[in-house]
Design a protein around this ligand. Structure first.
Ligand code: PLP
Length: 411
């Protein structure tokens, strides 16, 4: 059954994504690996092609027609992102390579400048490695301590434990909005409110959340927010760090080079204003424009109008997978996105992944860059089906059939 609403119609939307219509091992592809990366609508592909075919130029540098055109498109993409996340100003949107680089930027610039020995950083047990390792590196360098908010066996953060961790030594909280392996939607608004009572800034890893529902950084009142274009139906190699201008202005540049300077002499260099202070060198112009096109595309129906469909997919998929003997869902939080991690008794996730791939079904298997999550559940890996708005119940049926077939191989 496909979800049809006046604004959002799955069958219609699927036509916009060429990659959904390929054959894999001679079968129509069933793509259920959207937490890893999403497919791109034709309009995104067209926008990138147009830039390379007829509008290639460097930005912020030339007075010639093409350079001004490329600059306008590039800065136009920044404005689209500002509106998409409801930032106050476009200068609060920094282009990066993705979530990972955005978090590293904060760790290197904010962290190295403001944190000192004995300071504490709070993260959670369900962070992606990109929101663990940069802080570990910083702690090693500065002598800071990393504190971890634990979660229960449903995959829900223990809020009271978080409150106990917060104290006068806490200098930063960095938490994931939506877990990529458990699907849990964390109470980030409450976390931010609590941290702000002690004037502690909060970074939100929105890599998965930004593709799920609309985000309002002013309403959340987060200090930083990071996400990747490729998970938002846009290109790889482009991402965003949102930061409050008041904070970004206090932070030193992350990298040095062209565009991030105001004046250079051998005696002294002064730095450019936001956002350019954090964008050294030629930026990823084409993919920023592609990300802008992805946002335009999403606004034709509105991400929030896909929520009902994704909830139906989650409920349907949960029921269907749970009905397979030996299958256990990992991550059963009350508030969850359409991410379904599971184990199958007696079969390693990689074997499941390979066998369902033979049926044309693409899922992710492994630790999902969430090794501490796997350690919590004492498992090496899970199989993960992550569903986007363009997925259907028929595709879930194909996954279930493929898992049954895989089980037969091992019987
Ligand atoms: N954070 C979360 C929750 C993720 O799911 C991912 C990627 O899977 C990342 C961070 C890292 O994103 P990227 O590899 O695009 O930088």
């Amino acid at each position: 059954m496909t979800h049809i609403s006046p604004i959002f119609n799955v069958a219609q939307v699927r036509k916009d994504f060429p990659n959904l219509h390929i054959l894999v091992h001679g079968r129509p592809l069933v793509y259920l690996d959207n937490a890893a990366t999403t497919f791109k609508p034709q309009t995104v592909i067209d926008a990138i092609e147009k830039h390379y075919k007829t509008e290639t130029a460097n930005v912020h540098r030339g007075v010639h027609y093409l350079s001004e055109k490329a600059t306008a498109e590039f800065e136009g993409a920044r404005d689209k992102i500002k509106n998409f996340i409801h930032a106050k100003q476009s200068c609060e949107v920094i282009f990066t390579r993705g979530t990972t680089e955005s978090i590293n930027l904060v760790a290197h610039s904010y962290g190295r400048h403001f944190l000192k020995e004995g300071d504490e950083i709070i993260i959670s047990e369900m962070e992606h490695h990109s929101n663990i390792v940069p802080w570990q590196m910083l702690c090693e360098e500065k002598g800071c301590k990393l504190k971890i908010i634990p979660f229960n066996d449903a995959g829900e953060l223990l809020f009271d434990e978080f409150k106990k961790l917060l104290n006068s030594q806490t200098k930063l909280v960095s938490v994931v909005y939506v877990s990529n392996s458990l699907g849990t939607i964390n109470p980030v608004k409450e976390i931010i409110t609590e941290a702000h009572k002690l004037h502690v800034p909060v970074l939100i890893d929105a890599a998965q959340a930004v593709t799920y529902h609309s985000i309002d950084v002013q309403e959340l009142d987060c200090d930083f927010l990071a996400f990747s274009g490729h998970k938002l139906f846009g290109p790889t190699g482009i991402g965003v760090l949102y930061g409050k201008a008041s904070l970004l202005n206090t932070m030193p540049p992350y990298q040095g080079g062209g565009d991030m300077i105001s004046k250079v002499t051998f005696e002294k260099t002064t730095y450019n204003v936001l956002p350019y202070k954090f964008e050294a060198g030629t930026p990823n112009v084409a993919d920023a424009i592609g990300l802008g096109a992805a946002i335009d595309y999403l606004q034709t129906f509105g991400l929030d109008n896909t929520l009902q469909h994704k909830k139906e997919l989650l409920d349907y998929g949960t029921q269907a997978l749970q009905s397979i003997p030996g299958v256990k869902i990992i991550g059963t939080a009350q508030r969850k996105t359409s991410i379904l991690s599971f184990t199958v008794d007696g079969i390693h996730a990689h074997d499941i992944g390979t066998l369902v791939d033979n049926e044309g079904v693409a899922i992710r298997t492994g630790h999902h860059c969430n090794q501490p999550v796997m350690q919590h559940f004492h498992i090496p890996a899970t199989s993960r089906a992550s569903l986007a708005f363009y997925n259907t119940k028929e595709e879930i049926d194909k996954l279930v059939k493929a898992v049954y077939k895989a089980k037969k191989v091992f019987e």
